[in-house]
Design a protein around this ligand. Structure first.
Ligand SMILES: [Zn+2]
Ligand SMILES: [Zn+2]
Length: 255
């Protein structure tokens, strides 16, 4: 698998783009502002989008992506997400007011935008990639994805989450985990805000990481712009034995 980080910041700012990962050219995981830099042929290669949750920094690109692809598509673009996420997109974006309801276009029975509800624990297969949805804890219903290929390589993307009891057992069930991309949005000083908003801070993340078996590489994502160095320093201080990688737009993982 080839996993390209298009955006991984917790907000916008100079050089900061929000969450979007491109897997093997045809699967997008979240569709934040990171998709804006894709080349035209890369945009046209996308056939599936797996959404972690409904927040703007993760769904920003969906309306513009389907608009850009619409006249070129011969097969639908499929959005895989929790039912609550799909409901929010339908009510608040694809409502003819903010954006046309592409689920009805060109006609409802041959729509080129398909929403496919997915439940935690459910596995979708796209080619030789299997994508399992895992429940996490955030301010709105949210999920992470555990992705593996036919050769057994496996990574997990947490999406947005705070302390939770569902991600760790799900990861410990598998026999191999090569990479865990996990969020740590705020610095320890903002622990109260992070708790209320459903995000990790270094102290809570390091505590939860003690529940993870194995020796997966750990990459930190969704850092709020301006807190990057502080958060990475706090993580390193709390768990000096772990080599935390600060995820950056442009990173490519070959798994
Ligand atoms: Zn969020
Ligand atoms: Zn977010």
């Amino acid at each position: 698998m080839r996993l390209q980080v298009l955006g991984c910041s917790g907000g916008i700012g100079p050089g900061a783009k929000t969450t979007s990962l491109l897997l093997d050219g045809d699967i997008l995981i979240d569709a934040g502002t990171g998709i804006c830099d894709l080349e035209w042929d890369q945009l046209q290669g996308i056939r599936h989008v797996f959404l972690t949750h409904s927040h703007m920094d993760h769904v920003f690109g969906i309306p513009l992506l389907i608009d850009a692809l619409f006249v070129h598509l011969d097969t639908p673009l499929t959005i895989h997400a929790l039912p609550e996420t799909i409901e929010a997109l339908g009510a608040h974006i694809f409502n003819w007011s903010i954006w046309p309801d592409f689920r009805q276009l060109p006609e409802p029975e041959r729509s080129l935008l398909r929403f496919s509800p997915m439940a935690p624990g459910e596995v979708r297969t796209v080619g030789d990639r299997s994508i399992e949805m895992i429940e996490v804890q955030h301010a709105v219903p949210a999920a992470g994805f555990l992705v593996s290929d036919g050769e057994g390589a496996r990574f997990c993307f947490s999406g947005d989450t705070g302390v939770n009891d569902s991600l760790w057992p799900a990861l410990n069930r598998v026999d191999r985990l090569d990479l865990l991309i996990i969020e740590c949005a705020f610095a320890d000083e903002l622990a109260e805000l992070a708790g209320a908003a459903g995000h990790y801070v270094p102290a809570t993340l390091v505590t939860d990481l003690a529940r993870l078996d194995g020796d997966a590489r750990i990459a930190i994502t969704h850092i709020k712009p301006g807190q990057e160095e502080q958060i990475m320093a706090q993580l390193a201080e709390a768990a000096p034995w772990r080599g935390f990688h600060r995820l950056r737009a442009g990173d490519v993982f070959t798994l």
